[in-house]
Design a binder for this molecule. Sequence first.
Ligand code: NI
Ligand code: MN
Length: 225
Amino acid sequence: MKLTFYGHSAFALEIAGQRILIDPFLTGNPVNTTPADQVQADFIVVSHGHADHVGDTIEIARRTNALVISNHEICLWLQKQGVARTHDMHLGGSHQFPFGTLKLTVAHHGSVLPDGTYGGNPAGLLFRTAEGNVYHAGDTALFSDMSLIGAVGLKAAILPVGDNYTMGPEDSLAAIRLLQPQIAIPCHYSTFPLIDQDIEQWSQQVRQHTNARPLVMAPGSTIEI
Ligand code: NI
Ligand code: MN
């Protein structure tokens, strides 16, 4: 599978010829280099309602006719904003899509939408595919049930490490030990001064204190995993 990073928590996964955008905060994202109107998508997955995750979902969905997957409350809100195709799910639920199975997992965070509408509970995203399993934690604190998520066997875990709003570097090391992924990819850091982190130091600590390989992606880069 191919993985593209746009900075913050925004990624694109390409699995089985399907392009899945995750938390596409592109416009107004200080570290992103890709204009929102140049992004293609078959699916858009939104972890929670905060503006730095909903991002350009509405505009990209209208232009590409992508199917937007999120929790029930966010899907209702997106339909009111003119998004035609949504698939609503909720925590603990899985569904089979053309790219594989997506499960919405627990995240400890908030989820209010940009206009103040209630956004339901925030989620993490567990993709189980023929090309490997990937967990995008969304915005969350550390929680010990991450070991249950990791039990499926993870090729990659994408974890927030910026601190202040989410786990910081130290808790992310504990998360990696619970999740046991082959690859740990940091996100939600150094987008704004408040969440600045020394990511090289984080990488060294991951190598020293976990069994995972740290993989730091530059915004705009694509890798094969
Ligand atoms: Ni958030
Ligand atoms: Mn966030």
